[in-house]
Design a protein around this ligand. Structure first.
Ligand code: DAT
Ligand code: MG
Length: 149
């Protein structure tokens, strides 16, 4: 079962969109295995966005993700990576389809509300960067057999 790390970013929390965003992933059928409200440290932010270290927007990205608390969620499910990214929408909100989180609630790339892992490998790495094992639940929902084939 794939795992993805979702971050409800500072702008989304500040705008009161936490519940709306969580609802969309829950409704999609993805299973929550970890969730917490936290302040991201500069160190963790730099680790999370390490692939972008050399990009001109790196400093702004670290400022943004550390500016105010976030909600981090570990989700599990069939094709969780692709499913979550479809629900999130394109990186540039103006290019995101209506019906996606970014397409419905965002305008600018530097205020795009939510993070979702981009590969199975990164899903594992990012969940491990944000959660210790004891914060992750191994459980089954009564509805799982009606969502997962
Ligand atoms: P995504 O968040 O859709 O996975 P990404 O991993 O390519 O996108 O980039 C991480 C974040 O960095 C993205 O959410 C916003 C910011 N970003 C990416 N490309 C950018 C650019 N060209 N200018 C400014 N910010 C950018
Ligand atoms: Mg990414």
């Amino acid at each position: 079962m794939e795992r993805t790390l979702i971050i409800i970013k500072p702008d989304a929390v500040q705008r009161g969109l936490t519940g709306e965003i969580l609802r969309r992933f829950e409704q999609r059928g993805l299973r929550i295995v970890g969730m917490k409200f936290m302040q991201v440290s500069r160190e963790l932010a730099e680790k999370h966005y390490d692939v972008h270290r050399e990009r001109p927007f790196f400093a702004g990205l670290v400022e943004y993700i550390t500016a105010s608390p976030v909600v981090v969620i570990a989700l599990e499910g069939t094709d969780a990576i692709a499913a979550a990214r479809k629900t999130i929408g394109a990186t540039k909100p103006v290019e995101a389809e209506a019906g996606t989180i970014r397409g419905d609630f965002a305008l600018e790339i530097g205020r795009n509300l939510v993070h979702g892992s981009d590969s199975v490998e990164n899903g594992q790495i990012e969940v491990a960067n944000f959660f210790v094992e004891s914060e992750l639940a191994s459980w089954e929902r009564a509805t799982d057999r009606w969502i997962f084939e």
